[in-house]
Design a protein around this ligand. Structure first.
Ligand code: ZN
Ligand code: ZN
Length: 315
């Protein structure tokens, strides 16, 4: 196709506004390699090493191998479920619905039938005690797609200690490579925080709520499942942040493709603008990078725009 002079200038303008699928040459060059010193080394199980590893595009590339048991140390994990319908919000975590975050206190639990306009909810006993999955057997019967009948109408929580021996290994490309097509998030998560804890794709709220169960996050946006152990579905500002000299939102971790993940709001309280479908955009200092979604959105990032490394869990 021969481009008219007019079309050519239109494309040029469009691209300079940062709306093109592929970043400009200058912005590509601004891509920051992964900085392993951002990770809290004491939280990891091994010293970070550089290895060759196959990426999702089939190429072999230098990757950082990061080995972790996905447990937070700089903030408490939990609580998730309150024990009694009179418990205050300090005894429970948070839940989200239609973009909003709610404290899971005793009142929220006792009122949930009205909240979801569904009279089949009953998460508590006659004496006001809340039905919570206290044992490993109970949590595993409830924290799966086909919730076992006896655990329906329960507040679901699993303890991090049940899975502390699960080892998660990440291979994150040292130099991220922007792809022309984005890729969906898989079971291998989307990246990790600087404390080595997994950032997970959205929690399967439809399956959870259909069984009349609730799987609250703690105030730091994390909870535990039998596969990944402790993981985050929301970024609430609890974990290590790397401040940016120009006032841009702080960095909070890396995506599986090696691009940085940043908080949503900059140091003046302004929300990141011009984000693409995955939750990313670019600037001349950081090149392409992601911003985490609102805590109530059940989405840290939505897809990946770079060649993906890998995350594996061994039990
Ligand atoms: Zn989860
Ligand atoms: Zn940004």
């Amino acid at each position: 196709m021969k481009l008219s002079r007019h079309t050519f200038f239109l494309i040029l303008c469009y691209c300079s506004l940062g709306s093109c699928g592929t970043p400009t040459k200058a912005l590509k060059e601004a891509v920051q390699p992964v900085d392993p010193s951002n990770f809290i080394q004491e939280n990891l199980l091994q010293k970070i090493e550089k290895v060759k590893h196959k990426l999702s595009d089939g190429t072999k590339a230098d990757c950082y191998k990061i080995v972790t048991n996905s447990q937070a140390h700089e903030h408490p994990m939990g609580p998730w479920c309150p024990n009694h319908i009179e418990d205050s919000k300090e005894k429970g975590g948070i839940w989200f619905d239609k973009g909003k975050v709610y404290d899971v206190d005793g009142h929220f639990i006792s009122n949930i039938g009205a909240f979801y306009a569904d009279s089949k909810w009953k998460l508590y006993n006659e004496d006001g005690s809340i039905k919570v999955t206290k044992t490993q057997e109970a949590c595993e019967g409830a924290a799966k797609p086909n919730v076992e009948d006896i655990y329906k109408n329960h507040c679901v929580e699993c303890q991090p200690s049940f899975y502390k021996d699960h080892i998660t290994t990440y291979f994150i490309p040292v130099n991220p490579i922007y792809q022309s097509r984005s890729s969906k998030l898989g079971r291998d998560g989307l990246g990790l925080a600087f404390n080595g804890v997994n950032f997970d794709p959205p929690a399967p709220t439809d399956a959870i709520l259909k069984a009349h169960t609730l799987a609250p996050l703690d105030d730091c946006g994390g909870h535990v499942n039998p596969h990944a152990g402790y993981h985050y579905h929301a970024v609430t500002g609890c974990t290590k942040e790397v401040l940016q000299k120009d006032g841009h939102a702080p960095m909070i971790g890396y995506a599986l493709d090696g691009f940085g993940i940043f908080a949503l709001y900059d140091q003046s309280g302004n929300k990141a603008q011009g984000l693409d479908d995955c939750g990313g955009h670019e600037d001349s200092i950081r090149g392409y990078h992601y911003h985490a979604g609102e805590p109530g959105s059940n989405q840290i990032i939505a897809c990946l725009n770079g060649s993906k490394g890998e995350m594996k869990v061994s039990h």
